[in-house]
Design a protein around this ligand. Structure first.
Ligand code: F6R
Length: 251
């Protein structure tokens, strides 16, 4: 595991974008797993800048997203699919047919889960890079704390802290969906490289538990310790507990 210490969110966003941009430059046909949420917004803004400066092209990139709300109908409006359009896809040259995300309004959600799991399993050698955030309860994607690790795409009832975590995106909190489709642990752990990003004091305690605590499905992100290519890019507030508990880590 490599931990990249950043002094603030701007630096985190720049460094995380540099990692993903390098991947795209080295392999223009990369398949990348994208995350949504507050943390990657700055990373995506930096990728858009790099695209505008002609440093990178997404023309041959393939994109898979981690998760999507189950909303019952498209009328509900806000979705992770629209998040990706707003923050990245509509600003770069990625062909629409190169992007995939679980369909939260599919008629048969179980069939949709099977379709998405199969699509991910067909990526040769696994995703080149998987971008991840972390929930305050340790979730990755929407793999919530549980007695076991779900392997493939499934329907999930969101934990209360996960619903609260979505408040920045909803004016009316009563409209936050309570169910989602999410990938399981298999495509994440099969990815060749993982980039975990975390920002702010509310991530500090869980980051310490996930990266240095016991590996347990009750802290889903703890399984990332077992991945051979994990890079964590985090700001000093998110790294505070790690630094406090590991006095040998000096900066
Ligand atoms: C979203 C996702 C979630 C978020 C996590 C952190 O696609 O996979 O696991 O990464 O909830 O969210 P933020 O960045 O909003 O703190």
């Amino acid at each position: 595991m490599t931990i990249v210490w950043c002094s603030n969110y701007e630096e985190l966003s720049r460094k995380a974008a540099a990692i993903i941009a390098s991947q795209i430059i080295i392999k223009p046909t990369s398949t990348i797993g994208f995350a949504t949420g507050s943390t990657p917004i700055g990373l995506y803004a930096n990728l858009v800048k790099k695209y505008q400066n002609k440093e990178i092209s997404f023309a041959n990139v393939k994109a898979f997203n981690l998760d999507e709300y189950i909303t019952g109908s498209r009328e509900v409006g806000w979705s992770f699919s629209s998040f990706m359009q707003t923050h990245l896809f509509s600003h770069v040259d990625i062909p629409e047919e190169n992007t995939d995300i679980p369909n939260g309004v599919a008629e048969d959600l179980e069939v949709e889960c099977a379709r998405y799991s199969e699509a991910l399993s067909e990526v040769p050698g696994g995703l080149d890079y998987q971008i991840l955030g972390i929930g305050t309860n340790g979730h990755i994607g929407f793999v919530e704390p549980n007695e076991f690790y779900p392997l493939d795409t499934h329907i999930v009832d969101l934990a209360e802290s996960s619903i609260i975590g979505q408040r920045p995106f909803f004016e009316d909190w009563s409209k936050i969906p309570t169910r989602a489709l999410t990938v399981g642990i298999r495509p994440i752990m099969h990815a060749k490289q993982l980039l975990l990003i975390a920002s702010g004091p509310e991530k500090s305690e869980i980051l310490q538990k996930a990266l240095f605590g016991v590996v347990t499905s009750k802290v889903p992100a703890s399984i990332l310790q077992l991945h051979k290519n994990l890079t964590v890019v985090a700001d000093k507030e998110a790294l505070a507990d790690i630094l406090a508990n590991n006095p040998e880590c000096s900066l």
